[in-house]
Design a protein around this ligand. Structure first.
Ligand code: 5GP
Length: 138
């Protein structure tokens, strides 16, 4: 399947839709997931268009992984989570719902199960505050 430029993350990258932005540079955008699986669930989105890992340019993967690590550290520091899950889904049967490559960084808190993938929407005030705290730890 080919890349569809009308996907929701493309619209966010273009500035057509808002997000709780943590960080942006020429190659990637980092934002809060609005349906978080735990407090501080963050998405790292390379700007180069690809559906997912399968059709991504290897150069995009090489350039984004250091940022994924940097954001993982910042999310852990900002949330005090004991662990961080890195997740990335490829095509609908694997759980992908937005077809622009992205990496999930999901804080894991001792004794707390993760909410289901694509669950309830978080409070905008809380997301804005988390985005600021994570950005301050980058
Ligand atoms: P996927 O299932 O494709 O790996 O993940 C897509 C993620 O995007 C989900 O975790 C979902 O909660 C999140 N999401 C869906 N729509 C929006 C949106 O409009 N804004 C933000 N920030 N996240 C979204």
């Amino acid at each position: 399947m080919s890349y569809d430029p009308s996907n929701i993350f493309a619209k966010i990258l273009n500035g057509d839709l808002p997000c709780h932005k943590v960080y942006e540079d020429d190659t990637a955008l980092v934002m809060m997931d609005i349906f978080p699986q735990s407090r501080g669930h963050t998405l790292v989105i390379p700007k180069a268009p690809s559906r997912n890992l399968i059709d991504a340019d290897p150069a995009t993967l090489s350039s984004v992984m250091p940022l994924v690590q940097r954001v993982a550290k910042a999310v852990k520091a900002a949330t005090n989570a004991e662990g961080i899950q890195l997740a990335q889904f490829n095509e609908a049967p694997a759980g992908q719902t937005v077809f622009h490559l992205h990496f999930h960084l999901i804080p894991a808190y001792e004794g707390q199960a993760l909410a289901p993938h694509g669950g309830g929407k978080a409070d905008d005030g809380e997301l804005a505050s988390l985005a600021k705290d994570i950005a301050a730890n980058l």
